[in-house]
Design a protein around this ligand. Sequence first.
Ligand code: SF4
Length: 360
Amino acid sequence: MEDNSKIIGIPRAMSYYNNYPFYYGFFSSLGFKIILSDKTTTKLINEGSNYVVSDTCLPIKVFVGHIINLLNKRCDKIFIPSIQSTAYKVNNCTKIRGLPEIIRNVINQSFKMIEPTLDKTNNITFKDFCYDIASQLDIFDKEKIEAAIKEGWTIYNNFQKMTLVGVPFEEAVKSAIEGKILPKPIEIVRPLSVVIMAHGYNLFDERISMRLINKLEKMGVKAYTGLNVSRQDAINSIQELGEIQYWANELDLTGAAAYFMLNNKVDGIIALSAFGCGPDSLMVDEIQYHATEKNMPMINLTIDEHTGEAGFVTRVEAFVDMLIRRKRKIIQESNIKVLPSSKKEKVIVSEEVVKNLTFV
Ligand code: SF4
């Protein structure tokens, strides 16, 4: 019979999309079997939505749905961290900070919450966070905890090595926890590219994002994300725009958009943001300001639980269509101009590519 005391439930939501490879290595090394909640479905969102007030943002409704899902799997110990700040004065929104409180107040079932706090603004470091988890699991052996932290980082670093060279999120998670590192995927040349600025928990949850990356690829558009930018490049790019990093998820949003925009690597920016999210609206406005200044097309796709896939796809298609027309015009104008030889490299792609720019 399975020893229930060595099982921990992890919701496939929120920080799962940033840190799961670490969590996997850490908990496994401490001798725990992890039970993940199922992937997000409409039913799961509806269940979560029933527990919170209607103007709560979609990711929190989804998170509540994942907790219910774990309880239905008879998990009696669930990991719900309170991530207050991830660097000095780099904060999360109040909902992420207060996740354990939200769950305590909306779910009336008895289970043990493993609720460590990370708050670097107040000198509660990531190591403290790990020791906090261990003590809530009645583990006090320093050597064991240190080994678990090391294992967590090993798996996390392998995950990051893969995402930085373009291995898709799901594949990178799977391979990292299997102890494998996949090589850089063979790049398919696509006529257009965009950067998607979004929280990992919105973008890589296929139900929430409605498989946006996949849809773009089918339209011939390469989609870059925050996972394809190193932490340092994202920080430098935010600074280069003259902005400051205030929100914890800023590297995946402002940082990613700024990096690809400043390096002229993309034809446009897609923001995917949750309806009613304060931090998203600030970050999107900030990037919109710089994108307008740099004449870079940008669209903001706001999502909530009522967002229909047909309308969502129509907006994406219209944006891509506009990018195609724009790029075709830029290329044609560049080609008819007699450029001095030093400027010839400004012609972005050849006539051949212009002909092949067709809207799928
Ligand atoms: S950052 Fe925005 S989307 Fe994320 S939990 Fe906070 S309010 Fe919701």
